[in-house]
Design a protein around this ligand. Structure first.
Ligand SMILES: [Zn+2]
Length: 111
């Protein structure tokens, strides 16, 4: 997800503290245990196995380092417009359905 990553880096805000991600050194993606009702971005785009339809949150380094759980997740609208959904509004996926070895919240994937 290169264009998508750019869009989030340029225009996105931390899904926990709302800080702009633009000058954030790392790109932290958290896989949530909530079902995405959109096509992008979703867990299938970054995982090689496991569920493909989990919503993703993007966190600033500070929130990622403190393992803070995201409050929002990001979905793309037309032309990669960023739409924030509150985690509370999304259906929870039972943990047993999520492949073992995947940390469901707050797990930064460093780059
Ligand atoms: Zn943050």
């Amino acid at each position: 997800m290169t264009k998508e990553e750019d869009a989030i880096r340029q225009h996105g805000r931390c899904c926990r503290c709302r800080k702009r991600l633009k000058r954030n050194p790392r790109f932290n993606i958290a896989i949530t245990n909530r079902k995405a009702t959109w096509d992008h971005p979703v867990s299938g785009e970054i995982l090689h196995s496991g569920p493909t339809d989990l919503a993703l949150a993007f966190l600033c380094d500070r929130c990622a380092d403190k393992n803070r759980d995201p409050k929002w997740v990001i979905a793309f609208g037309e032309n990669l417009k960023i739409i924030y959904h509150s985690i509370k509004d999304l259906e929870e996926v039972p943990l047993r359905k999520i492949a073992s070895g995947i940390n469901t919240t707050g797990m930064p994937i460093g780059r």
